[in-house]
Design a protein around this ligand. Structure first.
Ligand code: SF4
Length: 326
C-alpha cells in the first residue's frame, strides 16, 4: 500500500536499526553490536544525498540494508513510499542498484564486458536474450565506452573505463535509485572528475536518484543536494548541502569539514583531528556517544544523549545545536 505523503521520497528509512551478535572470544559468549541505530533518512526523488562518516560508522551496513542484502533488526525501508518488506530480490534489484568503490575487484576478470554488463539481465531474467546485446551496446554508449569494448576483458581497460563498466552494469536494469559507494576513491585523481561528471550527466538524463556514500567531502559537495553525517550508527546531522557546508551544527561535522583541508583528502580516510580514540561500538560511551572526542563537550553530554534538533530542514543531534538557547 503506497503512502501518499511519501511519494516524493525515492528511498526512505524509518527508524532502521541493525544489531549483530559479535563473539567476544573463546568461552566469552557474544555481545550485541548496533551497527545502525534508529536511522530515519529520506532520499528525495531525482536528488543526490551524500552519506559521510569515518570507516566503521555504519554507512556500509546501511547500504546493505537499502540494497536488500541485510535485513534490519527493526524499522522499515520504503521505495517510493512502498515498504520493501513485501519485495523479493528481483523487485529490489529493479529499483535500486549499487556502484562499488573498486571496479577491478567487483568485475569478474574471466568474463567479457558484454557478459559482465548483461549479467543483471540474465540473473533477473529481464527481457529477451536476443535483446541483450542491443541493450549492452546502448548502455555502453550512455557511459561513454566504445561498443567494441563489449568484447574486452576488465584487465584490458583502464581504471576509469572499468568504473564506466561498473556503472553500465548498475544501470542496465534501469533502476530508479543508485547507491554509489565511494565511486571514485580507487581511481586516479585525473579520472575522478570525469566519473563524477558522468554520474551527474546520467542522473539528469535518466532521472536517477543517488545515495552517495563517501568519506570525501569535496566529492559530496560537488554532487549532493543534501548531506547526512553518520557517527557510530546514528545520523548526527542532516540537511541541504549548502547549509551543512556553510553552517555545520554538529562538532563532528565541523571536524570532518576541517579534514578537507588536509594535504591530500582524496587518498585516504580524512584526518579528523579527533585523535585515535574511535569508540568501541560494542561498548559505546554514555550520554552523547561523541563526547570523548568532542571539543565542545559540557557536563550533561556525558550522561544525557542529545535529541535531534530541527531548524527548518536542517537537523543536528547535539545539545548545543539549538541556536535559540545559546
Ligand atoms: Fe559535543 Fe555535547 Fe554536542 Fe555531543 S552533545 S556533540 S558531546 S556538544
Amino acid at each position: 500500500m503506497k503512502d501518499k505523503n511519501l511519494v516524493d521520497s525515492a528511498l526512505e528509512t524509518k527508524d532502521v536499526t541493525c544489531v549483530f551478535q559479535v563473539s567476544q572470544g573463546f568461552m566469552k559468549g557474544k555481545k550485541p553490536l548496533a551497527a545502525v541505530k534508529g536511522v530515519s533518512l529520506k532520499v528525495p526523488k531525482g536528488q543526490v544525498v551524500g552519506l559521510v562518516g569515518e570507516s566503521g560508522c555504519g554507512k556500509s551496513t546501511l547500504a546493505s540494508i537499502l540494497l536488500g542484502l541485510q535485513a534490519p533488526t527493526k524499522g522499515d525501508v520504503l521505495y517510493s513510499g512502498e515498504s520493501a518488506s513485501g519485495f523479493n530480490r528481483k523487485d529490489v534489484a529493479r529499483r535500486i542498484q549499487p556502484i562499488f568503490q573498486d571496479p577491478y575487484s567487483s568485475l569478474n576478470p574471466t568474463k567479457t564486458i558484454r557478459s559482465i554488463v548483461s549479467q543483471p539481465l540474465r540473473i533477473h531474467n529481464v527481457g529477451d536474450p536476443s535483446e541483450w546485446n542491443a541493450k549492452v551496446a546502448e548502455i555502453l554508449d550512455l557511459v561513454g565506452l566504445p561498443r567494441r569494448a563489449a568484447g574486452s576483458y576488465p584487465s584490458q581497460l583502464s581504471g576509469g573505463q572499468r568504473q564506466r563498466v561498473a556503472i553500465a552494469r548498475a544501470l542496465i536494469m534501469r533502476p530508479e535509485i543508485v547507491i554509489c559507494d565511494e565511486p571514485t576513491s580507487a581511481l586516479d585523481v585525473s579520472v575522478q572528475s570525469q566519473i563524477l561528471n558522468l554520474l551527474q550527466d546520467l542522473k539528469e538524463e535518466l532521472g536517477l536518484t543517488y545515495l552517495l556514500i563517501s568519506h570525501n567531502l569535496a566529492v559530496v559537495e560537488h554532487l549532493a543536494d543534501r548531506v547526512a553525517v553518520m557517527y557510530l550508527g546514528r545520523i548526527v546531522e542532516e540537511g541541504p548541502s549548502e547549509d551543512v557546508f556553510a553552517d555545520p551544527r554538529h562538532p563532528y561535522t565541523r571536524a570532518l569539514l576541517e579534514s578537507v583541508l588536509t594535504p591530500d583528502p582524496t587518498l585516504s580516510v580524512p584526518d579528523t583531528h579527533l585523535g585515535a580514540v574511535f569508540p568501541n561500538p560494542i561498548d559505546p560511551p554514555s550520554g552523547c556517544v561523541f563526547h570523548p572526542r568532542c571539543a565542545d563537550c559540557i557536563d550533561k553530554c556525558k550522561t544525557i544523549a542529545p535529541e535531534p534538533i530541527q531548524d527548518g530542514d536542517h537537523m543536528a543531534e547535539c545539545h548545543l545545536a539549538d541556536r535559540s538557547c545559546q
